[in-house]
Design a binder for this molecule. Structure first.
Ligand code: ADP
Ligand code: NI
Length: 216
């Protein structure tokens, strides 16, 4: 039953997210799913709940639904109810979908469970490193953002509302979110991977600015 539910959920999410152009496509979900299994196995997390949370975490992201942060958990609940999952599993997975998203530099993360921390770490690892860089420019391009504009400084957003309203150049997103993630990992396992991916991003940003200044 459990494996059937995970398989059916993977197929459902794949059909919904296939080919999405901003880095929130099926392959993002697939990587988060696989990474969540790795992190989950390194902790004592419930691996079924972790897998369902990872698979459903971006089913309906507020970034694509006028900032509505309730739509993801609602769609996850609808799907799991249609599969006759238990009440306990549904509530737990929906809590993960609610808590996963970064809401601004100054907004603390809220977690009730280990499983929610594991899924968030897996999602955040996919936001940094080489893949993170690629996804960020894909997102910025899809939103019509400039790559970089030295006249617009990064801002550390103190609320979800100001983070959502932000439309700054893509390089700013590194300072407003991506470079902060290493120190916001929940598990030691993810933190160790994050340290390497973080270094790769800081090297990239440094090279970017050196080229910009004509030093290379
Ligand atoms: P989260 O739920 O924490 O926002 P997601 O898995 O939905 O994480 O993906 C967020 C990714 O989308 C970011 O890591 C980045 O690649 C991209 N993204 C989000 N906001 C921006 C932005 N303002 N500029 C560029 N990329 C962005
Ligand atoms: Ni995600």
């Amino acid at each position: 039953m459990t494996n059937d539910l995970i398989q059916a959920t993977a197929e459902h999410v794949q059909s919904l997210m296939q080919g999405e152009p901003t880095g929130h496509d099926w392959w993002h979900v697939y990587r988060v799913w696989q990474m969540a299994i790795r992190i989950g196995n390194a902790t004592s997390a419930d691996i079924t709940v972790v897998q369902l949370g990872a698979l459903l975490h971006d089913i309906a992201d507020w970034k694509f639904h006028e900032g509505d942060i309730t739509i993801g958990p609602r769609q996850a609940r609808q799907w799991l109810e249609s599969c006759q999952a238990s009440r306990e599993v549904i509530d737990h997975v929906c809590n993960i979908v609610t808590c996963v998203s970064f809401q601004g530099a100054g907004v603390p993360d809220t977690h009730i469970t280990l499983e929610s921390k594991v899924v968030q770490d897996a999602d955040r690892l996919d936001a940094i490193g080489a893949i993170g860089i690629a996804r960020t420019f894909a997102f910025g391009g899809a939103r019509g953002r400039e790559i970089y504009n030295p006249d617009i400084s990064p801002r550390l957003h103190g609320s979800l509302r100001s983070y959502q309203a932000n439309s700054s150049p893509t390089i700013n997103h590194f300072h407003e979110k991506l470079l902060l993630l290493k120190d916001r990992m929940n598990t030691t396992y993810a933190h160790e991977i994050a340290v390497q991916r973080h270094q790769y991003m800081t090297d990239f940003i440094e090279q970017f600015h050196r080229e910009w200044r004509g030093e290379l």
